[in-house]
Design a protein around this ligand. Sequence first.
Ligand SMILES: [Fe+2]
Ligand SMILES: [Fe+2]
Length: 189
Amino acid sequence: MNKDDLLNAIRTRMPEKRFVHTIGVMETAIQLAKVYEVDEKEAELAAILHDVVKFADRDWMKQTIIEQQMEPTLLTFHHELWHAPVGAFVAQQEFGVTNQDVLNAICYHTTGRKFMSKLEKIIYCADMIEPNRKFSGVDELRQQAEQGLELLMKACVKHSIQFLIKKNQPVYPDSIHCYNDLVTRKEND
Ligand SMILES: [Fe+2]
Ligand SMILES: [Fe+2]
């Protein structure tokens, strides 16, 4: 499927606002891929599909997590987290994506995880800093975009975890593992 067909296909599955967000993630991910020498086409594909099931039926997502034997812990956390792994499943099943790095980038775009690839980090960060995002602190995150992918990622993960803590929300274990991995890693690893 070419880029335009893909965009048309996902546009029917989400409200216009989320489609605009997806375009923002795509453009930001391509820019980051250029700067950090990641395949731009892979970044584009992962970005276009990252929220493919964001508005899918919640019961169907729950059923998919069970049937596909995804991490059961997911079901004990907010359903907001479900669209990422289920999105990776749909990217593979319905859109024929076979590139594992692209599938992982979709799968972990909400929680992060330890040992993320450059592409995974790019999609995670692009999702947070794309131009349509308006939360407090987003400009500071955007300023990290050219300081290095590790620093940008660290800033984004910290922001997400702090946000959850401030709201008295639980933090998914993969996000903690992601944070620990980033802060204990030596520079240039
Ligand atoms: Fe998402
Ligand atoms: Fe998103």
